[in-house]
Unconditional design. Sequence first.
Length: 185
Amino acid sequence: MKDFETIVCERRSVRDFLDKPLTAADITFLAKAAGYAPSGLGCQTRRFYFIVGTEQLAALNAIIEKSAAPAMRERISRRTKDGNFCFYYHAPAVVLIADKAEGYAPMQDCCLAMQNLLLAAHARHLGACYLNQPYEQRENADFRAFAESRLGMDPAYRVYAACALGHPDGVTPLLIKKQTNAIVI
Ligand SMILES: Cc1cc2nc3c(=O)[nH]c(=O)nc-3n(C[C@H](O)[C@H](O)[C@H](O)COP(=O)(O)O)c2cc1C
């Protein structure tokens, strides 16, 4: 395993993936990392949905595409290998992190779990990219129907964080200078 500083500083948003599935051991490792993140009042009510089925991924992409603003549709299509809209960049998996909407701090709990998962993915030589569209569409009727009927999501739950996940195709360079912006008083 790489050391902590290397994992944190090397991690990049990966948007090019090999056509290679995740293993059950990958998912167990990532779910553990996500589950060990802090949660408000220690409630741990969040759920981690690893969507690996191509049919489910295609259905989710169609829902996101239908609601996508033209600028977003164009930006994402420009970033995919085949130039077609695919909000998860043809990754072999998408992770949705959901929590009870009426919980104490669902957004914070899901995002903390997501950061653990992103770092764990890099530590395991996997690639991941945060995806904001499922959060943006969390109240969309089609998205809710998909979540409840295809994922079995409790109607009281909402998606607060998501990412694409898979084996990176190549190395993603550091595209923007990272700032620390520390203020010490
Ligand atoms: C809240 C949030 C939403 C993001 N949404 C998307 C997204 O929808 N699609 C995407 O390709 N990247 C998305 N990103 C990834 C950022 O573009 C990326 O983290 C940023 O450009 C810095 O690059 P790095 O992750 O390689 O350090 C998101 C990141 C965050 C934190």
